[in-house]
Structure formats: structure tokens, C-alpha cells
Design a protein around this ligand. Structure first.
Ligand code: CA
Length: 230
């Protein structure tokens, strides 16, 4: 199966050789040079992954990321950044990106990241009918989450964290275990990204039909608790 990538990079000196290199690696690559084009393309076509430059001439990469997510697309997004500052990494992930890579990077490293995000996210293509019950339902096979009858739009990382807590509902899952399971074991980013992901999840779970809550167990990790219906 040929994977299709959307490469968003305004610098031709980076974009064109990167497109060619990725095509030699067997990917189908659509290259666009602006955030506007990226949002347009990603709303009309399904990509297996988006490689998104942070500094674009028209719209900031983090905003492009948010807009792609706001339109409901859960395609994995890898942020390409020349800013190494911690805050940018956290902001990048808070915008819904799944991973990031600081320029300059080796092609092999990028390919490894692409394979990792594609492995974690495999679309199923079929649309099972949502369960008509109350509360939270995590369907791992189809990677869908329902709050009552309403489907929640989660990023791949948000889904992975929630699915892990869901499988272990009622018991504490350590921060280390979550990071090792959801992010790569060679993840070198801040563990703050986990807190950012959890806070996004909490906002999404704060719905009338959902009684499940993610509880912080200080110094250890997180636990998914179900409080009884009032
Ligand atoms: Ca740029």
C-alpha cells in the first residue's frame, strides 16, 4: 500500500528535495507551500500523514494544525520546526500535532517518525453505528470515541492516551507507562506534552452524557474514574 503524504513547506530549497527523497522512499507526496493550500488539500483528500513546517508565510503552522483538526481530520501531523524552544514544542503538540522534528533532521529519522505515526493510526474505513447508550465508549478497533450518541473528535495521541486509560479504568496508569506506550520510547520531548494532551482530553470529556473523569494521581500518573449517574 502506497502511503500518501502532504508536505507543507514554503522553502523550495527544502520542499522539492524532501519531496523527491520521500518519493524515492516509496511515498506518494503532495507538496504545497502555504498554510491555506494545506488546509484546502487536507479537507478534500485523505492523507496518511501531514508533514507541516511551523513557519509558513501566510498562516502559522500551529494554526494550520488546529484548523485541520477543527475540521475533524484525525490524520497524523508531524510538525517540522527550526525553533527548538520547549514552549514551541508544547504549543505544537497542544495544537493537535502528533510528533515534531527539529530542523535539520536526517531523512531516516523523518521516515522512522512517519512509519511510527502511520502504525499508530490505521483507518478502518467502515462506519459502525454508534452505541445508543449513555456514558463514554471507546471503540479501539475503529478508533472512535462516543459520549452517549455523540462522537468525539480526538487527535491520534488523545485517542491513544484515552484508550490506554480506558483499558485500565479504575486503576492508576503511571506517567512513564503512558509516555512509553503512546509516544516513542526514544521520545525526547518534555513530559509536559502528556499534561497538555490530558488537559485537552478533559475539556473534550466535559459533557453532560459523560460521567468518566481523568483523575490526576499526584506523583504517579492518571486514572480514569467513573462517577455514578446523578
Ligand atoms: Ca518555513
Amino acid at each position: 500500500m502506497v502511503r500518501t503524504l502532504l508536505l507543507v513547506e514554503d522553502e523550495e530549497a527544502i520542499g522539492r528535495p524532501l519531496q523527491r527523497a520521500l518519493e524515492r522512499e516509496g511515498y506518494d507526496v503532495v507538496w504545497v507551500a502555504s498554510g491555506t493550500e494545506a488546509i484546502e488539500r487536507s479537507s478534500t483528500k485523505r492523507f496518511d500523514a501531514v508533514l507541516l513546517d511551523l513557519q509558513l508565510p501566510d498562516i502559522d503552522g500551529t494554526d494550520v494544525c488546529r484548523q485541520i483538526r477543527d475540521r475533524g481530520a484525525d490524520t497524523p501531523i508531524i510538525m517540522l520546526t527550526s525553533r527548538g524552544a520547549e514552549i514551541d514544542r508544547v504549543v505544537g503538540l497542544d495544537s493537535g500535532a502528533d510528533d515534531y522534528l527539529t530542523k535539520p533532521f536526517a531523512l531516516a529519522e523523518l521516515c522512522a517518525r512517519i512509519r511510527a505515526v502511520c502504525r499508530r493510526y490505521t483507518p478502518t474505513g467502515h462506519e459502525p453505528s454508534p452505541p445508543s447508550t449513555k456514558g463514554l465508549h471507546v471503540e479501539e478497533a475503529s478508533r472512535r470515541v462516543f459520549a452517549g450518541n455523540a462522537e468525539l473528535a480526538l487527535s491520534p495521541k488523545e485517542f491513544d492516551v484515552l484508550a490506554l486509560l480506558w483499558r485500565n479504568a479504575g486503576t492508576v496508569v503511571s506517567r512513564e507507562h503512558i509516555i512509553d506506550t503512546v509516544w516513542d520510547e526514544n521520545w525526547y520531548g518534555s513530559t509536559k506534552t502528556l499534561d497538555v494532551t490530558v488537559s485537552r482530553l478533559r475539556r473534550k470529556l466535559a459533557q453532560p452524557d459523560v460521567t468518566e473523569r481523568i483523575v490526576t494521581v499526584r506523583g504517579v500518573g492518571f486514572r480514569l474514574d467513573t462517577s455514578p449517574q446523578p
